[in-house]
Design a binder for this molecule. Structure first.
Ligand SMILES: Cc1cc2nc3c(=O)[nH]c(=O)nc-3n(C[C@H](O)[C@H](O)[C@H](O)COP(=O)(O)OP(=O)(O)OC[C@H]3O[C@@H](n4cnc5c(N)ncnc54)[C@H](O)[C@@H]3O)c2cc1C
Length: 168
């Protein structure tokens, strides 16, 4: 049911997609919003084992949208290098499609927030991290997006440069 990429030559491998998800620091989560208007909201995230985790408050547009429809996509831009003289961008991006849910299980929620905390504050001590998690715990909601389909694409110029062996 998920679409094939039309320009196959620009498609990234799953390994490359996962590497991008591992190095980008934010993306845009697209949800079915109010009255049929898509709601695309920027978020920090962590990717692990086929799942993308997000943290958020316990209410708001995003959570209402998740409750209304469990289907979502998440887009991360790895590179957007504008080349003015060519009227183009040397882009690289990934889109993940899947089912999203609020993590209700306490152990899974805790595991997910730890992953997120380690990703964004890798140098913090375990004690300090746990203190921070405890402090936020009551107000904290964790979302889990299970990837059903993942695609990555880069500009044709990057494909050519890659084949030519030059770095970009
Ligand atoms: C790089 C980046 C990383 C972020 N990381 C996180 C994160 O990890 N967790 C988190 O909870 N939030 C994060 N935010 C903030 C996030 O984008 C939302 O503002 C926030 O999650 C509240 O969403 P909501 O739907 O509950 O807001 P609500 O206040 O319920 O949304 C109501 C309306 O406010 C407007 N709105 C809300 N957020 C934005 C926005 N960012 N830009 C423009 N208009 C907006 C929309 O019109 C929306 O319909 C991040 C933002 C950026 C830019």
């Amino acid at each position: 049911m998920f679409r094939e990429m039309r320009r196959k030559g620009q498609e990234l491998s799953k390994k490359e997609c996962i590497a991008i998800l591992g190095r980008a620091t934010s993306g845009v989560l697209a949800l079915a919003g109010d009255d049929g208007y898509p709601y695309a909201v920027p978020l920090s995230y962590v990717y692990a084992d086929g799942k993308v985790y997000f943290h958020c408050a316990k209410e708001g547009h995003k959570l209402d949208a998740v409750r209304n429809c469990g289907k979502a996509s998440f887009c991360v831009i790895d590179q957007d290098r504008i080349i003015p003289e060519k009227y183009t961008t040397y882009f690289r991006s990934v889109i993940v499609f899947g089912k999203i849910r609020i993590l209700e299980e306490e152990d899974l929620k805790r595991e997910a927030i730890r992953k997120l905390a380690i990703r964004y504050a890798p140098k913090d001590s375990a004690e300090s991290r746990e203190r921070e998690i405890e402090r936020e715990w009551g107000a904290l909601c964790m979302l889990e997006l299970t990837a059903e389909h993942m695609s990555g694409k880069e500009a044709i110029e990057l494909v050519r440069q890659r084949k030519g062996g030059s770095n970009v």
